[in-house]
Ligand binder design. Sequence first.
Ligand SMILES: Nc1ncnc2c1ncn2[C@@H]1O[C@H](COP(=O)(O)OP(=O)(O)OP(=O)(O)O)[C@@H](O)[C@H]1O
Length: 221
Amino acid sequence: MPDVPPLLIASGLTKRFGGQTLFEQLDLQLQRGELLALLGESGSGKSTLLNGLAALEPLDEGRVLLDGQDLLRLDEAGQAALRRERLGFVFQAFHVLPHLTVRDNIGLPLLLQGRPDAARVDEMLAAVGLSDKARQLPRELSGGQLQRVAIARALVHRPSLVLADEPTGNLDPRHADQVMQLLRQQLQQQGAACLLVTHSAHAAALADRRLRLEGGQLVDA
Ligand SMILES: Nc1ncnc2c1ncn2[C@@H]1O[C@H](COP(=O)(O)OP(=O)(O)OP(=O)(O)O)[C@@H](O)[C@H]1O
């Protein structure tokens, strides 16, 4: 079988704040279909790294190649277009929009790309087990259901790479497990990769590979 190049090749990633170096010369690769868990103490820089990979936060040095495309060298419009088309986010800060129904929240990435697709939204609603909640507003849903909306929204446009920051935070173990299984199943079906920041040993155990950000370096966990 021919070698398939990694989906993501990040190299030399460095971030400094003031006089402090948060991380230095980090290298990270992700294969298609791979679920990689990123662990590390609070404040170690996991979220900064995740945001840096998506060019949502400027890095001091480094290169991020997504399918050969040099993300950090694109202009802002190019980065925004690449994020819209190729990336899916499950960030806790990226809350579902309160005034949109579950269906409209999930369909939003397609709408933003100018290609609404009701059938695809139906498919994602069914995949996350929320078909019967399609017309409801986020405030009528439980925490676990909201996390499932966020995952459906992150995957609806078939991104290559999903960046997830604590997607199971605030969930009880049963619902955390459901969300993780769902994420994994969707990655497999779509051949996408996921970088998952988590404090949960349970969620990390479900990943293909685990790295820890420690003292500004990535080590096997
Ligand atoms: N804009 C900024 N200016 C200065 N320091 C910052 C800035 N953003 C983050 N930091 C600092 O960088 C460090 C890493 O933050 P980050 O949110 O990446 O950590 P984390 O590993 O994701 O933590 P947690 O697990 O608690 O979410 C923290 O000490 C934080 O205070």
